[in-house]
Design a protein around this ligand. Structure first.
Ligand code: 9MR
Length: 312
């Protein structure tokens, strides 16, 4: 059976997985599967501000470094995730009562420190993550409060100062054609029109309640690439339950959505984890067994389906 990695190389795309650092350190099967099957990684949590700073003012890059070093050793593309988000902050950042100047300094220092450290080693950064509210407009966040909508521009500008990575806006619920996808499209169109240094859009594609029609994903990818932006599928998983009934239906959906996204121009597809034993979805009741490998790291039907989608 071909690996995902072989199929991705032939299709000239990257296929990646979000990496859990504990599993990377302790589980040989996990490491072997990751290196054999994938040619890209995202740190699932290790590059977020909270885990990086862990309650302290200083940074501890040990976990993030391990992910980047593993990727170097196995010749993998690295997606950095995420510089600016409304979740996962170190305690000292709270309570959030900052002047604009102070917030701006904090934003700049963080981006300079983290994106600067990985210059040349992180290939793409999720610079701003989930800034659009589910009911439209920009989400009410600490950054919006302190700096206004301009914080988005600043984040991309600071990242461009210190990084040569491709700079992405990343969001969920904006994968196909929806009101939120339109909001994201409008946001990035406006950034492009004003010359803010955004290079791409990440479509997360967490699928566990409504199935996002693959044709809608293709249409969305096309309109984003028409803006001159790169598109990555950044956090793909498909929970068995409400969205798909069993492993065969799951495989079919993986096939159809990956084929649609890649045919429309997405050039990187990352699943949000390696194996079903390490996924954020089941503990939250959002469906079961959402990934391409089972808990024993055996290939599931969805694995073959993605290989096929990339081989066609
Ligand atoms: O999978 C991540 C989980 O382990 C963390 O506890 C959580 C913290 O908020 O973040 C999860 O990853 C999220 C990602 O960073 C952004 N998009 C949604 C992902 C799933 O919640």
């Amino acid at each position: 059976m071909r690996t995902l990695r072989d199929a991705a190389a032939d299709a000239d795309v990257h296929v990646g997985a979000a990496v859990d650092v504990d599993a990377l350190r302790t589980d040989t099967d996990y490491r072997q599967t990751l290196a054999r099957e994938f040619d890209a990684v995202t740190a699932e949590n290790a590059m977020k501000w909270g885990p990086l700073a862990d309650g302290e003012r200083g940074y501890d890059f040990a976990d993030a470094d391990d992910v980047v070093e593993f990727a170097d050793r196995h010749d993998m593309y690295v997606r950095g995730h995420a510089l600016v988000w409304h979740r996962m902050y170190p305690e000292w950042v709270r309570p959030w009562t900052r002047s604009a100047a102070d917030a701006d300094r904090l934003l700049r220092n963080h981006i300079y420190t983290v994106a600067g450290r990985y210059r040349g080693r992180v290939d793409a950064w999720d610079v701003v993550n989930e800034a659009v509210a589910d009911d439209g407009g920009l989400r009410e966040t600490q950054w919006l409060d302190a700096l206004g909508p301009e914080y988005v521009d600043r984040a991309f500008e600071y990242a461009a100062d210190v990084s040569d990575a491709d700079l992405f806006y990343n969001d969920y619920g904006a994968d196909g054609l929806s009101a939120k996808a339109d909001e994201v499209y409008d946001l990035v169109s406006d950034l492009v029109a004003r010359g803010v240094p955004v290079d791409g859009v990440g479509l997360q594609l967490h699928v566990f309640d409504d199935l996002v029609p693959p044709a809608d994903v293709a249409a969305n990818v096309e309109r984003l690439t028409d803006l001159g932006l790169d598109v990555h599928v950044t956090e793909l998983d498909v929970g068995i339950g409400e969205a798909v009934a069993d492993r065969e239906a799951q495989a079919q959906y993986y096939h159809d959505v990956v084929a649609a996204a890649v045919d429309a121009g997405a050039d990187t597809v990352v699943t949000w984890g390696v194996d079903d034993g390490q996924s954020w979805l089941p503990p939250l009741g959002h469906g079961e067994a959402p990934l391409l490998f089972d808990e024993e790291f055996a290939r599931k039907p969805a694995h073959g389906a993605v290989v096929d989608a990339l081989s066609e």
